[in-house]
Design a binder for this molecule. Structure first.
Ligand SMILES: Nc1nc2c(ncn2[C@@H]2O[C@H](COP(=O)(O)OP(=O)(O)OP(=O)(O)O)[C@@H](O)[C@H]2O)c(=O)[nH]1
Ligand SMILES: [Mg+2]
Length: 200
C-alpha cells in the first residue's frame, strides 16, 4: 500500500462526532506513552500530524486521521491511552466509556492495532486490554513498540514475554515488533491494514 496523503479529520468524544465519510477505520489502543501517536506519524510519514509527548496522557479524545492510499481510503483512529494514573477516577471512567462506546458500536471499525511496550513484560492493563480486544472479536495487530531499544538478539525474549502473558495462537492475531525510530516493519503494518480494508 502506498500512502498518498493524510490529514487530521476530527476529534470526537461521542458517536455524533464521528466522521460520516463511510470509510473503514483502523483503531490504535495501548497504554499511555506506549507510542501510538508516534506510530501514526511514522506510518503516514508525517513529522507532527499526531501530537506526541514524553509525558503520558497526551491524547485525550478519539482522533480520526483520514488516509488516502493507492488502495481504499480509510481512517486511522488514535485512542487515548489507558493506565494513566494522573487522571481522576471520574475522568478515567469517562475515558473508558468513550473508548468502549466506540470500539463496541462502530460498524466501520475493521481492525484494532494493540500496542504494548516491547521493553517490558505486558502489564495487568495490557493483559486486560488484550482480553477485551478478543471479546470485541476484531482482527488484532499486536505491536511491540520501541524495539530500537532492544538488541536484535533479544527480540525473541520480547516475543517470549508476550507469549507468556497473552495467547498469540489465535487466527485473528498477528504479532509484529515495531519501532518508530528505525521504522522496523512499517511495510508489514501497511500490508496488515490493507488486508483489513478488503475483508467482509
Ligand atoms: N525509542 C523510541 N521511543 C519512542 C518510539 N515511539 C514513541 N517513542 C517515544 O515515547 C514517548 C510517547 O510517545 P507517544 O507517541 O506520544 O505515545 P502515545 O501512546 O501516543 O501516548 P498518549 O497519547 O499519552 O497515550 C515519546 O517521547 C516518543 O518519542 C519508538 O519507536 N522508539
Ligand atoms: Mg498519543
Amino acid at each position: 500500500m502506498i500512502i498518498n496523503q493524510s490529514e487530521f479529520s476530527v476529534s470526537a468524544v461521542k458517536a455524533s462526532q464521528y466522521p460520516e465519510g463511510g470509510l473503514d477505520e483502523i483503531a490504535l489502543a495501548g497504554r499511555s506513552n506506549v507510542g501510538k501517536s508516534s506510530f501514526i506519524n511514522t506510518l503516514l510519514q508525517r513529522k507532527n500530524l499526531a501530537r506526541t509527548s514524553s509525558s503520558p496522557g497526551k491524547t485525550q479524545t478519539l482522533n480520526f486521521y483520514r488516509v488516502d492510499s493507492d488502495q481504499a481510503d480509510f481512517y486511522l483512529v488514535d485512542v487515548p491511552g489507558y493506565g494513566y494514573a494522573k487522571v481522576s477516577k471520574k475522568q478515567r471512567e469517562e475515558f473508558g466509556e468513550m473508548i468502549q462506546d466506540y470500539l463496541e458500536t462502530r460498524a466501520y471499525l475493521k481492525g484494532l492495532i494493540l500496542m504494548i511496550d516491547g521493553r517490558h513484560e505486558p502489564t495487568v492493563d495490557d493483559i486486560a486490554m488484550y482480553d477485551y480486544a478478543q471479546y470485541l472479536n476484531l482482527p488484532i495487530l499486536l505491536v511491540a513498540t520501541k524495539m530500537d531499544k532492544i538488541k536484535k538478539n533479544a527480540f525473541n525474549k520480547t516475543e517470549a514475554a508476550f507469549r507468556k502473558h497473552l495467547n498469540l495462537n489465535k487466527d485473528n492475531v498477528t504479532f509484529l515488533p515495531f519501532s518508530s525510530v528505525t521504522k522496523l516493519n512499517v511495510d508489514q503494518v501497511k500490508d496488515w491494514i490493507q488486508a483489513r480494508l478488503y475483508e467482509e
